[in-house]
Design a binder for this molecule. Structure first.
Ligand SMILES: NC(=O)c1ccc[n+]([C@@H]2O[C@H](COP(=O)([O-])OP(=O)(O)OC[C@H]3O[C@@H](n4cnc5c(N)ncnc54)[C@H](OP(=O)(O)O)[C@@H]3O)[C@@H](O)[C@H]2O)c1
Length: 314
């Protein structure tokens, strides 16, 4: 099968386009003919080797998000059959999305939303589940909450804005000026241009501050949190970890860290919301598989608008 792989850590140029054997599946996996994959920052962070992730094996095929057709199912798989059109997330340790075939754990897969293309469906799993778990599990979001999303135009942020709106929140989106109309189109009630205004110095207060780009600390955001408000980040820092510990003892304003866990039930919920028209993936660029290195380089700019996807087969 055609695949992208890297044999050593380094810049996007370490990615090679070549031929590899099809993966073998276990009893609890599906062999999926991959039509599309997507790029997430974790792909190029792992590829860069900075920091070096223990237990990661080289050569490695990058990519965690896939959408495609199940061509074989493991003996212990009961939720899927051959021919099902699915989307899902591969294990972060194994990777394997940027290839014509991938072995997908059945607990990380669901039937693809009917109203999405393969490229759109592949854009969903990592980014949308991260946003969902941040809002629902860590933020305990409820109707009427005031929610601020820093990095609202990115992969995770663009889903977070829509999920917060779907839950009845009043949403403030923080982005740069060029993305103002984009985040309003996602449903944001208010927009702050971070190049002109520092939201941590505003007069507003928020029940949830979600910072997927982790450009601001809990300490900076604390004055903007309501008395029982929560700051949620995707990247560990000493400031956040200290506050998680202190908050668990004394209460008050809290900090939380999202550590994405793939769940079929979350993908099924997202399928429902997508088919109901409440949430939709926003695609910035689609690259062919052979240009995955360019897709990584574009993601590494840190300024993609929505998601970057990889077209693999028709
Ligand atoms: N912990 C976990 O389980 C987990 C799961 C998923 C993702 N993550 C992490 O979450 C982070 C975000 O992921 P992503 O997919 O959303 O990334 P992304 O799509 O690459 O984010 C790009 C967006 O960030 C915005 N941005 C850049 N600098 C900003 C700043 N200083 N203030 C506000 N917005 C800024 C950009 O907007 P402008 O162009 O307007 O600047 C752009 O739209 C990554 O570090 C990723 O590794 C962690």
């Amino acid at each position: 099968m055609k695949a992208i792989l890297y044999r050593r850590y380094g810049p996007p140029e370490v990615l090679e386009y070549g031929e590899l054997p099809e993966p073998k599946i276990t009893d609890r996996q599906l062999l999926v003919k991959v039509h599309a994959a997507s790029v997430n920052p974790v792909d190029w962070k792992f590829r860069s080797g900075k920091p070096r992730i223990p237990f990661l094996k080289l050569p490695r095929i990058p990519g965690l998000d896939i959408a495609g057709e199940a061509v074989r199912v493991g003996n212990a798989v009961s939720r899927f059959k051959t021919g099902d059109v699915v989307y899902g997330m591969l294990s972060a340790f194994s990777g394997g999305g940027c290839a014509e075939y991938a072995a997908v754990p059945d607990r990380n897969a669901a039937i693809k939303p009917r109203n999405l293309t393969f490229e759109e469906a592949a854009a969903v799993p990592v980014a949308a589940m991260t946003a969902l778990q941040a809002m629902r599990d860590h933020g305990k979001i409820k109707s009427g909450d005031r929610v601020l999303i820093n990095g609202a135009s990115g992969g995770v942020g663009s889903f977070a804005v829509q999920i917060a709106k779907a839950n009845g929140a009043e949403v403030t989106a923080v982005t740069s000026r060029k993305n103002t109309d984009f985040v309003k189109g996602l449903g944001a009630d208010h927009v702050i241009d971070y190049t002109a205004e520092d939201f941590t110095k505003s007069d507003s207060s928020f029940d949830i501050i979600f910072d997927p780009v982790a450009s601001r600390s809990f300490t900076e955001c604390k004055p903007r949190l309501s008395p029982k408000g929560v700051y949620i980040s995707t990247l560990p820092s000493l400031d956040t970890i200290l506050r998680i510990v202190i908050g668990s003892i004394v209460g008050g304003k809290r900090a939380r860290l999202v550590n994405l866990g793939a769940r079929a039930s979350d993908l099924e919920l997202l399928t429902e919301w997508i088919e109901a028209g409440w949430v939709r993936p926003m695609i910035d660029k689609i690259f062919p598989l052979s240009k995955t290195a360019e897709a990584h380089a574009y993601s590494e700019t840190g300024h993609a608008r929505g998601k970057i996807t990889i077209h693999i087969s028709d």
